[in-house]
Design a protein around this ligand. Structure first.
Ligand code: HEM
Length: 383
């Protein structure tokens, strides 16, 4: 259970924090705010601690500001439309064979060793390889990208730790430099991949600037794996901690699709998204002023007993309405990679459960210490 979320929903569902941001924690308010047409651009914040945090991020803040994630229409629509084609359910379904190959190769290595850190062995390398292949980028930058993006995602925390601000800013600069090198290499040696298509859009001038190109690639790179890693690793932890549910899944592999939805609900890989008011926004009779940072706590909405019923804190892989979770957000910024994450999750759990009838913990799970992109950093298992 997440007792702090339960406390917030009961005591103060429209919470104004001392740091100047507001936090919505009920299912009703979270799903409404995501669809309410508020801004996604943190530059519209006019007061509160969050304002200063963004300024201190320097070039890294400027880079994030060029991503679709932090734009509103019409620029959001323009940037997103350049990449939607390869992320449709249909386009993603064509990747199933390759995803299965990657999962099976990873599980072979686990089987040979008899034990593994499942984050290192599967949960990280799978989504990283898939997004790299889609972009047409070499797999050998994985250690460097993993290190840099681990720092960069700290900028998505509700309150940054001032001690890490400088390292986050430096990681952003290093990531931009790395991506610029990868783009330069791709210009020399184009392929049939997403990055080549984006470069063509950039050469077209009207559709994408050079800085925007870099920012979208950084975003896809990070969003492509920092999230799904939590689904696969966090989902495995949830299954191992609920042996009855794991046994039910073994007995009925047809349940895996719904199980992925329930695992997404149960431990949201992304706990929060944010919006910024540009006009007064009223929730439950309380007026949030313009220029305010509003956190939509999807991790809490996904556990709201008022919506899910009294068993909201239980893992029920056959929950009939599990798919109504808000783990992928909602509205115009609804996760671009949702179909891909669902595919990777389904194949990973299907093969993992089938392959290892005696999967078990082999030590303590180490969590990554983040509030937002929360999940295991180490997941020792024995097979
Ligand atoms: C947006 C969650 C996997 C790419 C989002 C948002 C959420 C989310 C909550 C909405 C942000 C907002 O409303 O401001 C997740 C989860 C994933 C996942 C839980 C895995 C379990 C992926 C993957 C990709 C991806 C595999 C592939 C590249 C994106 C992008 C956006 C986004 C580009 C921004 C969309 C926009 O601003 O229009 N994701 N994501 N995500 N996601 Fe995902």
């Amino acid at each position: 259970p997440y007792p702090a979320y339960g406390f917030l929903r009961a005591a103060d569902p429209v919470h104004e924090s001392a740091a100047g941001f507001w936090l919505l924690s009920s299912y009703r308010d979270v799903s409404a705010v995501l669809r309410a047409g508020l801004s996604s651009n943190p530059r519209n914040v006019t007061h509160g601690a969050v304002l200063g945090q963004y300024e201190r991020l320097g070039g890294t803040g400027a880079m994030f500001a060029r991503t679709m994630l932090e734009h509103d229409a019409p620029d959001h629509t323009r940037l997103r439309s350049l990449v939607t084609k390869v992320f449709t359910r249909r386009a993603v379904a064509a990747l199933e064979t390759r995803v299965t190959e990657l999962v099976d190769a990873a599980l072979d290595r686990v089987a040979d060793a008899g034990r593994a850190d499942l984050v290192d062995a599967l949960a990280f390398p799978l989504p990283f390889a898939v997004i790299s292949e889609m972009l047409g980028l070499p797999p050998d930058s994985s250690d460097r990208v993993r290190e840099l993006s681990g720092l960069l995602v700290r900028s998505q925390e509700p309150v940054f730790d001032p001690a890490v601000l400088d390292s986050v800013a430096r990681a952003g600069d290093a990531m931009v430099a790395l991506v610029r090198e990868l783009i330069a290499a791709k210009r020399r040696d184009p392929g049939d991949d997403l990055l080549t298509a984006l470069i063509a859009a950039e050469q077209d001038g009207a559709r994408l600037t050079d800085d925007e190109l870099v920012a979208q690639v950084v975003l896809l790179y990070i969003a492509g794996h920092e999230t799904t890693v939590n689904l696969i690793a966090g989902g495995t932890v949830a299954l191992l901690r609920n042996p009855g549910q794991l046994a039910a899944l073994r007995a009925n592999p047809g349940l895996t699709g719904n199980a992925v939805e329930e695992l997404l609900r149960y431990d949201s890989p992304v706990q929060q998204t944010r919006r910024i008011t540009t006009a007064p926004y009223t929730v439950r009779g309380r007026e949030i002023p313009p220029g305010t940072f509003v956190i939509a706590c999807v991790g809490s909405a996904n556990r709201d007993e008022e919506f899910w019923g009294p068993d909201a804190d239980q893992l029920r892989l056959d929950r009939p309405d599990a798919r109504r979770h808000v783990s992928f957000g909602a509205g115009p910024h609804h996760c671009l990679g949702a179909a891909l994450a669902r595919l990777e999750g389904r194949v990973a759990f299907e093969r993992l459960v089938r392959r290892f009838p005696r999967l078990e913990f082999d030590g303590d799970v180490v969590w990554n210490g983040r509030v937002n992109l929360r999940g295991p950093a180490e997941l020792p298992v024995r097979v």
